[in-house]
Ligand binder design. Structure first.
Ligand code: SAM
Length: 202
């Protein structure tokens, strides 16, 4: 019985980084790669929630890939490519992208796979997700979805409502107030604080 030998793993795709006009720099394939094959990883520094908070106080991060985490914000993990000199840092966004990012929180890894046949000279892209652009109030190129100021305003209002609901849920005193009466003794206060609910999964 003939057993097919396993396909040898391909090396990382050869890439070049070039100017892409208003998108800034972009990463381009320097050779062909077939649909389904691994292309490269998103290379950068693995950081946690606290490091992210220190690094990005007032500016929106541009090279940060969120790997996920649990219900607790402090457990979230990211790959930050801000100081990387790897070409993956320059991969731009497109709705009809040629790359699929496969994220492994356990391995602290993002691996890009070809969603279609890639030819030498093609620009590499993945879908950053609508949220990336809505949070920044920007409309990206190579994307026909709705990023109008009206939608941005609607999404921001939804987020503000969700945050208000979540903070009032997490504050047992406000829960008690809604039921009509704030705790008036230390024992009652301790009992109320003891009822503090778990943060819901976002
Ligand atoms: C991870 S960087 C990608 C590389 C970047 N172009 C550069 O010059 O370093 C993400 C940023 O690139 C730009 N960008 C990526 N895709 C874009 C698109 N489709 N339309 C407009 N700007 C884009 C945006 O400024 C975005 O915040």
């Amino acid at each position: 019985l003939a057993v097919p030998s396993p396909t040898p793993a391909l090396p990382e795709l050869r890439m070049t980084v070039k100017d892409c006009g208003s998108k800034g720099l972009g990463a381009f394939a320097a050779e062909d790669r077939s649909q389904g094959a691994w292309v490269c990883d998103y290379e950068g520094e693995v950081i946690d929630f606290a490091q992210r908070a220190v690094r990005y106080v007032s500016e929106e991060p541009e090279y940060l890939f969120h790997l996920g985490g649990g219900a607790v914000a402090g457990s979230h993990v990211y790959i930050d490519a801000v100081d990387s000199d790897h070409a993956s840092r320059a991969i731009n966004h497109a709705q009809d992208a040629c790359l699929e990012p496969r994220v492994s929180l356990a391995e602290r890894r993002v691996a890009f796979y070809a969603l279609k046949d890639i030819k030498a000279g093609d620009e590499l892209s993945f879908d950053y997700g609508e949220q990336y652009w809505l949070e920044r109030g920007l409309a990206p190129e190579d994307d026909s979805r709705d990023y109008s100021p009206e939608r941005v305003a609607r999404e921001r209002a939804k987020l503000a409502d969700a945050q208000a609901a979540s903070s009032s849920l997490q504050n047992p005193l406000s829960r008690r107030r809604r039921r009509g009466r704030a705790p008036s003794t230390a024992e009652e206060l301790a009992r109320v604080l003891g009822e503090r609910p778990e943060r819901p999964d976002p």
